[in-house]
Design a protein around this ligand. Sequence first.
Ligand code: KG4
Ligand code: ZN
Length: 338
Amino acid sequence: MRVLAIETSCDETAAAIVEATDDDKLNILTNIVASQLKTHAKTGGVIPDVAARMHTEALTHVLNQATENKKLDFDVIAVTSGPGLIGCLLIGQSAAKTIAQVTGKPFYPINHLEGHIYSAWLGENQPELPALIAIISGGHSELVLMDNHLQYQHLGATRDDAAGEAFDKVARLLGLPYPGGPAIDHLAREGNADAYKLPISLPEHGNLEFSFSGLKAAVAGLVGKLPDPIPRHIKADVAASFQKTVADTITKKTVWALEKNPEVKSVCLVGGVAANEHLRVRLEQAVHTFGSEIKFFVPEFKYCTDNAAMIGAAAVFHALYGQPTPWQELVADPNLSL
Ligand code: KG4
Ligand code: ZN
């Protein structure tokens, strides 16, 4: 079975064809992402109307590339249903609905967060269930327990900012370019992560909720006391200390979630912030220290940030265990939860 998947929920126009093989592996035949990052870097963030317009300009081209100029066929069509920016979601959905109507092929709306979860299934080996998933992105930070495919139990989420949002805001405080995550990731390599002690929010043992607004405020307070302009080596120390605090927070909470759910066989780190090198290494070490038999999964870098292959991966499991949706019934939901 081959899925044509479309993702336009925020600032990447993406389409992919994902094939489920007979031995239950996922083959990514094409994975095209037209990134709007350069445009949004100029304004320091995503302007929704600009993003939507750019999707309309890029999508036909991206679809042509993903289908190799319509030579690659597919059996089902999938599209991100939400959450995301409404104007952006509608562009991908209009295209997907049109393709579904014209071809009559089964149609699968996919929750963007579910897409991030199934990005962990895109590698050579696939997670065994039950799995504990840490979804750490620009819009979400949450821990989810997955006993069976397509079934999600919320263990804890952020009360305020998402981790990626904190990366972006702290980068702005340090005068680093948008998006802040990769900029902090790179600069932190030159810094001393123990230079500044920053607070871990909701630190009581067993508390699985996140809060990153206090950490962001602490960095703002710290930056206010630094020389202006901040010398590069001090910026690097702040970046490294901030990044370590985020990674320590996510690691602590993931380990507490493992303590509460001893049946877990796999831990998956997904979402844009999963591209962070320090976090990947730190969390993997902690999971293996907690239980050497627990497997750790993190997608390749290109499948951490938004892409359509992950939407295709989730659609494969919906096609296996769920039902298609008549295309007429899909309503874009900017606040869709998992
Ligand atoms: O998953 P994603 O592409 O979009 C959402 O669904 O939100 O995540 C984007 C977020 C941004 O906040 C970006 O700064 C962050 O992921 N990010 C990173 C890294 N690469 C992207 N954060 C930390 N380190 C990185 N290397
Ligand atoms: Zn995302």
